[in-house]
Design a protein around this ligand. Structure first.
Ligand code: PLP
Length: 394
């Protein structure tokens, strides 16, 4: 069969092969990006769900508007504005089917074939694939420990044609766990003005902080309507409900709504109502505090198991939040080869090549998830990973 060009380049088969091992239940997987089921407020949601079906089913089971359930839009916008000084009267907040859809809609409304979009490297493969599916010129700029290399970015801005968007995950980045410094956030906004591009600020993890100090969102520093802010309830309530948000200047959200109409009409109304009621009836900050405590413990446990077991030549970063640890093998070694070997030891991780804008590059990196595995799995899995590393590095 001949599929469209935009779809046929997605997902190199090598990675699929490596990740196949995760289907074997005896394999300990650090490969997923999933939250822990212990973080889902299932009891509260069950109560709300029953209430909606008994008392408000006529709304929940009916068509809705593409912008999303109005009470949720208002609650979400108020919370971002009041708690994080993010958004203004010139912005609109729409509900999307996960942050993934927000990213995809941003690409859809701005990118023509051949236009340039710049991303951090490494970066979230879901976003990179969304961009690739529009046949654009996807350019990667390497990250430093405090975020994208801004000098390299400026070089690319000077040399690339039609740079419409720069995509960043500034806080607890996926996969690196890194956070962009305040200075770089300001510099990025200055560059956006100078070179006339928009910034997609993708931030599904920023509330999951376990150490260090809060850094303001790029959107909160934006005076010139340069930022499309994408948020998500996936990591603080549940990913299965597929509820995320886009906060952006009204002219942009209006176009996104038109694009969303032809995509899924609107996000699942029942789950938008559940989130709205959760925000009304419960203290989401308290709920997030509990998740932070749970994940902090897991992060620290994984770091300490790594300290005890991994070859010292492997560089492991300590993220201040999020769901992932980023590791790098010494120069010349390939993270994909390690992940292949790890499968044989019944442990899985995602090779760095999956997060590259240029998938032909050999990446020494690999990503470990600590939110989903149990403490026992973390301890055993890291020992197994250490064995695979020993076999590879010798
Ligand atoms: C950086 C980043 N952005 C966006 C998403 C999409 O999340 P969702 O569509 O569930 O909101 C993810 C999911 O893993 C992610 O890591």
């Amino acid at each position: 069969m001949e599929f469209s060009k935009r779809i046929s380049t997605l997902q190199p088969s090598a990675i699929r092969e490596i990740l196949k091992v995760t289907q074997d239940p005896s394999v300990i997987s650090f490969a997923a990006g999933n939250p822990s089921p212990l973080s889902f407020p299932s009891v509260e949601m069950a109560e709300i769900a029953k209430d909606i079906f008994e008392n408000n089913y006529a709304t929940a089971l009916q068509y809705g508007i593409s912008e999303g359930y109005a009470p949720l839009r208002e609650l979400a916008k108020d919370r971002l504005m009041e708690k994080y000084n993010t958004g203004s009267e010139d912005d609109d907040l729409i509900i999307v089917s996960g942050g993934q859809q927000g990213i995809e809609l941003a690409a859809k409304v701005f990118l023509n074939e051949g236009d340039t979009i710049i991303s951090e490297v490494p970066s979230f493969v879901g976003a990179l694939n969304a961009f690739r599916s529009y046949n654009v010129n996807l350019v990667g700029v390497p990250m430093e420990s405090d975020g994208m290399d801004m000098n390299r970015l400026e070089m690319e801005l000077k040399s690339q044609k039609n740079v419409k968007l720069v995509y960043v995950i500034p806080t607890f980045q996926n996969p690196s766990g890194r956070t962009m410094s305040l200075e770089k956030r300001k510099r990025l906004l200055e560059l956006a003005d100078k070179y006339n591009f928009l910034i997609i600020e993708d931030s599904p993890y920023f509330e999951l902080r376990y150490s260090g100090e809060y850094v303001p969102t790029i959107k909160s520093l934006d005076k010139n309507q340069r930022v499309i802010y994408v948020g998500s309830y996936s990591k603080i309530l549940s990913p299965g409900i597929r509820v995320g948000l886009v906060l952006a200047p009204k002219a942009i959200t209006q176009k996104m709504v038109v694009a969303k109409q032809v995509s899924d009409v609107h996000t699942n109304l029942f789950f938008m109502m559940i989130v709205a009621e959760f925000l009304k009836r419960h203290d989401i900050d308290l709920h997030i505090q509990k998740i932070r405590a749970l994940y902090k413990q897991k992060r620290d446990l994984m770091l300490s198991a790594i300290g005890q077991n991994f070859d010292r030549r492997v560089k492991v970063e300590r993220p201040d939040g999020g769901l992932f640890l980023w590791c790098e093998l010494p120069e010349g070694y390939d993270g994909a080869e390690l992940c292949r070997l790890a499968g044989g030891y019944k442990v899985a991780a995602v090779p760095g090549v999956s997060f590259e804008t240029d998938e032909t590059r050999v990446s020494p990196g690999f990503r470990l998830n600590f939110s989903l595995p149990t403490e026992e799995q973390i301890k055993t899995g890291i020992e197994l990973m250490a064995k695979a590393i020993k076999t590879y590095l010798g």
